[in-house]
Ligand binder design. Sequence first.
Ligand SMILES: Nc1ncnc2c1ncn2[C@@H]1O[C@H](COP(=O)(O)OP(=O)(O)O)[C@@H](O)[C@H]1O
Ligand SMILES: [Mg+2]
Length: 362
Amino acid sequence: MAHIQLKSISKSFGALEVIKGIDLEIRKGEFMVFVGPSGCGKSTLLRLISGLEQISSGALLFDGEQVNNLVPSKRGIAMVFQSYALYPHMTVYENMAFGMKLANTTKADMQARVRSAAQLLQIEHLLERLPKQLSGGQRQRVAIGRAIVRDPRVFLFDEPLSNLDAALRVQTRLEIAKLHHDMKEVTMVYVTHDQVEAMTLADRICVLRDGLVEQVGTPTELYERPKSLFVAGFIGSPKMNFLTDHFAAEFDCTTLGIRPEHIEVTDVENAVWQGTIIHTEDLGSDHFLFVDIGASEPFVVRQNGKLLGGIGDQLRLRPMAGLLHRFGADGRPVNGVGKENKSCVQQTQTIGDALGFSDKPF
Ligand SMILES: Nc1ncnc2c1ncn2[C@@H]1O[C@H](COP(=O)(O)OP(=O)(O)O)[C@@H](O)[C@H]1O
Ligand SMILES: [Mg+2]
């Protein structure tokens, strides 16, 4: 139940500066996800919040009170890591109660708290088992339960799903979402390199890049209005298509971005791009067409419903109205008015409108 403030937080290991001055507010009860490529500093930032690492400079506040020098056990936090680290010789119940034993909780209170956490996580039937008798997903739930019974005001997760197989990952992700729903007052900070996890769990996402905040916003904001090429390429699956050279020049930008789901198949008159299908992926509900339009990489087009073509077929394509992203040489969105393009003449919504930076037609 804490409001967390990071003020110009930096962290160096020797001469290596890993966190380079981060300002961020995490609201009470918010589910904040740190996302970014491997090595960008996600775990380090989480460990600074937990107190497992010492902050080099800046201030960390919980509910307005500076906690830079407070030991982890005094911060009211609970952490769940990628590896569950349960005690192998203790039952699930004992594993969950262990932290409270050390904290001198009464037996009745301890039992009540373990029961209630077990109920929340639907592991009541497992309380007498040993960790080796559990599946990976169940073990991770026990680890989460062990964190819950401590009644933390901040929950910190560091890639808790990355050791689970795909099906269990989805299931456990749902459970974590439910946990957030059931424990509304608890602030949650969650680290992942998986943008799907970030999009589905977060109230807000903080995209980190090389020790700095690249953009903070709701999943929808990041998806619709990425403030950089980096965020545009990181958020969304499959990835946004990027076109350069003459493809971008036609739209008065250095890089033109368009998501696979924002491209439609069209006729000769309205075509903006055309090319040959070189590969298809059929996922049942969705189809992905990989089209060679003469760019350096295949252009990925998502189609739902009936598949409109196979390998070798010619395809004419155009962007859906208002859903193009234009970036300049600096990797930032291009502001202002671009050259008129035949694809955009009959569009009702302007591209600038959709990106929220222009009131003039393209
Ligand atoms: N204890 C440490 N000592 C030295 N360098 C470290 C230490 N912990 C992390 N680093 C370095 O800090 C950078 C960020 O690491 P980390 O926060 O683990 O990244 P992420 O979790 O985003 O993958 C990496 O270059 C890593 O090698
Ligand atoms: Mg990490």
